[in-house]
Design a protein around this ligand. Structure first.
Ligand code: TTP
Ligand code: MG
Ligand code: MG
Length: 406
């Protein structure tokens, strides 16, 4: 039997802002843009959630629901990364088995460390929460269980500032009454299919899996036939009640892709401005690649028109790269294929994918290596003295506009 924790920071982006600006505490707060901007809310704090504001809601809808005393901020992603790193480092002091699965979330296998805490997982989790609160001024929620799925659900059930343990052996009783929407790993499009079969809770899914296990349909799967998506989902849910991860197999989290996009405050057809914005977004992707010692081999560009139609094109680079010269060179060619003169667009975005780690030693000899060395120097200067200290001329066209978040 093993013990897993899932820790998730409560309203992460907003919590960092409240940690940095304590005067914001107690007020509804939305991260994602200024009040009245056209973008969406990326993180509302819990005061804002009381008014029905949710992640991905348009900022303007949020402003209507919240009234004038609410605070809106574009967000400082560099700060959020730093806070996430600090929290993850604290987790590493408690257990070596930390698997970060998103910016503010990590699984831990604490089985081997529990004896330090009198074999009391809740004591260990409380100590973790206290230390994060003391050192980062952030509140987190922790779920504890014998498998990762139950730990994840438990962390979400008592947010914010939650600590919930599923007793070993109590996984089935814990899952039975929960709506299927709470089980992680099921796509949103599948819920209507479950509902159509009268399955709304995990318990109903388990009963369905059991009922169907002796039907001809299920038997056909044992002969290599297909299994209905509903049945396989119900079996997956049933497996969550008995699933005891034997050992933690942790892989360092490697992003599959990195993307940045920008919704303009006013639709535009200005090619220079769109190009400058695309460069700026490419630069942000490249900085992340360099920071994580990754290179990308595929670039894609996305454009959304005034009528919300979105088009996308992608291309493979001649060689994997993290340099703007290669990636923007390809991105701007793709952009040219997507734009038409005079046609207004509301969003432009760039994505790099097919990522892999850079293992080769750079000797600074080839032009690519020289560019790479230059970019690393610029990254260092910009992160130390600010983005505007030294910048490529092409981005001067967007300087001072709200689109820019260094
Ligand atoms: P979550 O942990 O999903 O959400 P949260 O921390 O804001 O709130 P909760 O208390 O429910 O955990 O995501 C972490 C951060 O990632 C969040 O603060 C903002 C960002 N995010 C997005 O930018 N877009 C998204 O669609 C989601 C879900 C999150
Ligand atoms: Mg969170
Ligand atoms: Mg999260």
């Amino acid at each position: 039997m093993r013990t897993f924790f899932l820790l998730d920071i409560d309203c992460f982006f907003a919590s960092v802002e409240m940690a940095l600006h304590p005067e914001l505490r107690g007020k509804p707060l939305c991260i994602g843009g200024a009040r009245g901007d056209r973008g969406i809310v990326s993180c509302p704090n819990y005061e804002a959630r009381k008014y029905g504001v949710r992640t991905a809601m348009p900022l303007r809808t949020a402003a209507r629901l919240l009234g004038p005393e609410a605070v809106f901020m574009p967000g400082n992603y560099h700060q959020y990364d730093q806070y996430a790193e600090k929290v993850m480092a604290i987790l590493g002091d408690f257990t070596p088995d930390v698997e970060q699965v998103s910016v503010d979330e990590a699984y831990m296998d604490v089985t081997g460390c529990l004896h330090f805490w009198g074999d009391d997982p809740q004591r260990m989790a409380q100590a973790m929460k206290d230390r994060i609160q003391r050192e980062c001024a952030l509140s987190v929620s922790i779920g504890i269980a014998a498998n990762k799925v139950c730990a994840k659900i438990a962390a979400g059930l008592n947010k914010p500032d939650g600590l919930l343990m599923v007793p070993a052996g109590g996984e089935k009783a814990f899952l039975l009454p929960l709506p299927v929407e709470l089980v992680p790993g099921i796509g949103v499009k599948t819920f209507p299919k479950l509902h159509a079969c009268g399955i709304r809770t995990a318990g109903e899914a388990m009963a369905y899996a059991e009922r169907m296990s002796s039907t001809p349909e299920a038997l056909s799967t044992t002969r290599g036939g297909g299994q209905s998506p509903v049945l396989s989902l119900c079996r997956y849910i049933a497996s969550c009640a008995v699933r005891c991860e034997k050992a933690a197999v942790f892989h360092p989290h490697v992003e599959k892709s990195i993307s940045r996009d920008r919704t303009f405050s006013r639709d535009t057809s200005d090619p220079q401005y769109i190009r400058a914005t695309l460069y700026y977004l490419t630069e942000r992707c490249c900085k992340t690649l360099r920071q994580d010692a990754l290179t990308a081999s595929t670039v894609s560009v996305r454009v959304r028109f005034t009528n919300f139609t979105t088009v996308q094109k992608q291309a493979v680079l001649r060689a994997a790269s993290s340099n703007e010269e290669d990636i923007f060179g390809t991105a701007v060619r793709l952009l040219a294929q997507l734009l038409a003169p005079g046609i207004l667009i509301r969003l432009v975005g760039v994505k790099v994918s097919n990522l892999r780690g850079t293992t080769q030693l750079s000797l600074g000899v080839t032009p690519e290596e020289k560019f790479s060395a230059l970019h690393h120097r610029l990254d260092g200067l910009q992160s130390r003295y600010g983005y505007a200290t030294i910048r490529w001329g092409i981005t001067c066209g967007i300087a001072g506009r709200r689109e820019e978040h260094p």
